[in-house]
Design a protein around this ligand. Sequence first.
Ligand code: OGA
Ligand code: MN
Length: 221
Amino acid sequence: MSEMSDIAIASQARESELFAKLAQDLCEQGYSVQLNAVDLTLCEQLFHCVHDLTPEKFTPAGIGREQQNMHNRFVRNDTICWIDGVSEAGADWLGFAERLRQFLNQQLFLGLFSFETHFAHYSPGDFYRKHRDAFKGEANRVLSVVLYLNPGWQSSDGGELVIYNDDNKELQKVLPSFATLVVFLSEEFPHEVLAAQRDRYSVTGWFRLNASSADKIDPPR
Ligand code: OGA
Ligand code: MN
């Protein structure tokens, strides 16, 4: 067997292990934080991709899906760039998301249908106030995914993701360190991004239900 395929087999095994951990955490607590668990080649590709993007490719982020054009700088002031899968890194990230989607649908019957995703850039001082990614009954975004792309991030750099439970009790603070992956049920967990001291890069995505039949699908919980 060639060395190449040994590496491929090893990275496939690592991915299966990651997906199993995510599924277990989602089942038990509705969210999961995994440090250094995503394939480093994929993370490095995305890192280079986001750093190669020229500033004009990033646009101010909107709030809520019906108000994409309402930029409220008091709520969030990061900038984003949607990923379409044209670049190799983008295509590989969409491939990862698709494998995760199929795995979670098989394991947890979440009925995840589509995936939308963008790079996000927070300049020093940027933040995203406490919010939810989806609201009960809207049956829209089901699962949120964030992958951080910041080598050598220190606690003193700030920029933590703070995850709260449904009663707004703080559950966990997450440093946006390179290759850290966070997934959570979009309706269940208010969360916020604290201001950082340095540039903060991430890839954020959401799995959605099939909107056309959302009213026929049982909610995830
Ligand atoms: C978002 C979000 C979290 C993060 O884009 O909705 O909450 O840590 N991002 O970047
Ligand atoms: Mn969010």
